[in-house]
Design a protein around this ligand. Structure first.
Ligand code: MN
Length: 718
């Protein structure tokens, strides 16, 4: 966030000109002044909602572009960008006064107009088409549009509530991702934070408050870290600049959502950046950083050797910094840094006109899109690629009749079936994707044509579906079905679950029922009868444990538990009366791994493998834990296998696993491009003995060079 957040930019034309002269002494100042007086005259008398004269918006838009050090044409067109649409000036007039190029830019910005909300698919394709066609002529059109949008976002508080929300949503859906895709991070971040503030004001201000409350402590810590790095660099005789790095609020928020963690657990608020001259020095610095602090496995990303799609280049690593706190480190050259900040805009920077090579690569993506655009006879494919690239968290799939369905990433054919029709979901027995049969847990990909095979003899949805569906709609419908169809069964199941839970704390269901305590609890929880309560437990609408805490005062549980230990899914935790013990998903411990419990603020105790980096960084909150598995309990575990690429490799490995009668929950394979494929599986096992058996079996598959447990790294961020 910047001080300009409130959007009342008081810059005048002279401020703008002196900034431009700062980076471009040969600027055509006279033309920019002429553009200003023409725009000023055109808009005279009109006011912004903020009460400022309209021209302030034109100047502010130009100012944002001047910060990106853009050329005179872009600046002039930015000042003029609203003269056609809002001032009624004709393109010919602008051409006469300022030349064909500027007229074309202003016209391009005008054509895009308002993109409207992302509601129906066809309309959205249309909006993107317009935008990309305008870009096809000159990417500077989009740069002006982004600057225009940024200033409108900065002054959004002057609009009415519903308009604010609409514009903020559109910014988050289209403009921010586009800025990101064009590599202009500076604009992307500010757009996102502003949109976040208007879309989720409560969350935004709460997060801002919490970040601010830790500021001093964080700054001291960063200072200490920076000094340590500088010292190390001095020793090695390397010249480099070490900077602290603030995370923007929206990225923190997204990370909290994505990882389902609380603010206090999002530890990579702390990051530093090291800038140097030479690419090769970056690697030397990386090894110095790794000699200072232990790197967290799986967090090293070499975007220098393998740049991202938008040509972002940098080394990323996360290490366990002082006091055991994870520290994100980015290492890059000054040039890479400047590119990362301004992205594609660098192509038109005054100083660098004619600088081709790098920018060519950067706009290769754009070219490709434009190629697709020309073949718009197949809008489906176009949309696929676009969605894949710009809005990565949705997939677009098709019915055999060519109707489109939009689903969250990770959706299965079951989600699709329920999206088409509830009955199709209930009767779904199998699915074909692009003509071939797939398992129902198959993860849909962009552009898949999905055919659901239903059977009138289907006995309805399976309870396992609840674990694999991704959409709320499918989940709700499946639950409803069970509620209806299996009431009796659910009552029995729920009763049994509650009985078991009660016996853990030494209480009996029958006794409670006699005392009338169950009726009381059922009423309090909003159920008419005790059977309804049992049924709700049975179909997992409410957990037996939740009911337990309702029935029995917490103190009594403590008394009842004094003899016992806090326990959870097959794990005992010493010395703590704790109702909530869960297995960490990151390292997926299974009996009889060496484990530790980590006390967390919100979730009670989480059991990790003792070698898990997530546990290691929280070592201070460690408690002892031991296995106490219950018969018939299964545990998910993730394994990875390296193998030489060959046909049927994945199939052979899957067969090997199935041979041991082990359930496979998820499988994916990724070719590394060097002849090696890495496959990752989530399987369900009773204990480590079964796991060893599975791993030994995979090891014997032809071509497999290594099989191992998966150990997580932290989620990566740029
Ligand atoms: Mn405007």
């Amino acid at each position: 966030m910047t001080g300009k957040e409130e959007g009342r930019s008081d810059i005048g034309i002279e401020d703008l000109i002196s900034r431009i002269l700062g980076y471009n002494p040969n600027s055509d100042v006279e033309m920019i002044r002429r553009a200003y007086s023409f725009a000023e005259e055109t808009h005279r008398g009109r006011m912004r909602n903020s009460g400022d004269p309209y021209i302030t918006h034109c100047l502010a838009t130009a100012e944002i572009l001047a910060e990106l050090e853009m050329d005179d044409l872009t600046i002039s067109a930015a000042i003029l960008h609203d003269t056609m649409e809002d001032g009624g000036v004709r393109k010919e007039e602008i051409e006469e006064r300022f030349g064909a190029k500027i007229a074309e830019l202003v016209d391009g910005v005008t054509v895009i107009g308002s993109l409207g909300l992302r509601t129906e698919w066809e309309r959205q394709v249309e909006e993107w088409r317009k935008m990309l066609l305008a870009m096809a002529k000159d990417v500077r059109v989009i740069l002006i549009k982004l600057a225009d949008r940024l200033h409108n976002m900065r002054t959004l508080q002057y609009l009415e509530e519903d308009k604010r929300r609409r514009i903020a949503q559109e910014t988050l859906d289209i403009y921010a991702p586009l800025a990101g895709r064009l590599g202009i991070w500076r604009l992307k971040w500010e757009l996102e934070d502003l949109a976040f503030r208007y879309l989720k004001p409560k969350e935004y201000y709460e997060l801002a408050r919490r970040v601010a409350s830790k500021r001093r402590e964080r700054e001291e810590y960063v200072e200490r870290v920076k000094e340590m790095v500088r010292e190390k660099l001095r020793e090695a005789g390397i010249s480099a600049e070490v900077q602290g790095r603030a995370k923007h609020l929206f990225s923190i928020y997204q990370k909290m959502l994505r990882q389902g963690r609380d603010f206090d657990e999002i530890h990579d608020l702390i990051g530093i950046r090291i800038l140097t001259e030479e690419e090769s020095t970056c690697y030397t610095i990386l090894s110095l950083v790794h000699s200072l602090w232990i790197p967290i496995p799986g967090t090293l990303d070499d975007y220098i050797a393998r740049p991202k799609g938008n040509n972002y280049r940098s080394l990323h690593t996360t290490v366990i910094g002082p006091a055991g706190r994870p520290l994100e480190v980015q290492i890059r050259t000054y040039e890479m840094h400047r590119d990362a900040e301004t992205g594609i805009a660098a192509h038109w920077r005054y100083k660098e006109r004619g600088r081709k090579g790098e920018d060519e690569k950067r706009i290769a993506w754009l070219r490709q899109l434009l190629e697709w655009l020309r073949e718009l006879k197949n809008p489906r494919e176009f949309m696929e690629s676009l969605k894949d690239d710009i809005i990565p968290d949705r997939v677009y799939v098709f019915t055999p009749k060519g109707e489109i369905k939009e689903l969250p990433v990770g959706s299965t054919p079951i989600d699709f079936a329920y999206a088409v029709h509830t009955e199709i979901g209930h009767r779904c027995v199998a699915a074909k994707v692009n003509g071939a049969m797939v398992p129902l847990r198959y993860e849909l990909k962009n552009g898949d044509i999905v055919e659901i095979i239903t059977s009138p003899h289907s006995r309805g949805p399976s309870r396992d579906w609840l674990k694999i569906v991704k959409t709320a709609r499918a989940r709700t419908k499946i639950r409803q079905w069970f509620r209806m169809m299996e009431y009796e069964e659910n009552v029995a199941r729920g009763r049994e679950a509650l009985e078991k839970e009660l016996s853990r704390v030494g209480m009996s269901l029958a006794a409670l029922q006699k005392e009338g305590k169950l009726d009381l609890a059922a009423g309090e929880l909003g159920f008419k009868e005790v059977d309804d309560l049992f049924a709700a437990i049975g179909f997992q609408e409410i957990s037996a444990r939740q009911v337990l805490t309702k029935i029995v005062p917490v103190e009594e549980i403590r008394v009842g538990r004094r003899e016992r230990k806090g326990s959870g899914p097959g794990v005992r935790v010493d010395g703590l009366d704790c109702l909530s013990v869960r297995l960490a998903r990151c390292c997926s411990p299974i009996p009889y791994d060496k484990i530790v419990g980590i006390v967390t603020k919100v979730k009670g105790i989480t059991i990790h493998r003792d070698i898990c980096p997530n546990a290691r960084v929280a070592w201070a909150r460690k408690v002892d834990a031991e296995w106490n598995p219950v018969d018939g309990e299964y545990y998910d575990v993730i394994i990875e296998a390296d193998a030489y690429d060959r046909a049927k490799l994945l199939e052979n490995i899957l067969n090997a696993i199935s041979d041991t009668r082990t359930t496979i929950k998820e499988a994916r394979a990724k070719a590394l491009g060097n002849g090696i494929t890495v496959s990752r599986f989530t399987i369900s096992v009773r204990d480590d003995k079964q796991l060893q058996e599975v791993m030994a079996k995979i090891k014997r598959v032809r071509g497999v060079t290594d099989v191992r447990r998966y150990i997580p790294g932290e989620a990566k961020a740029t």
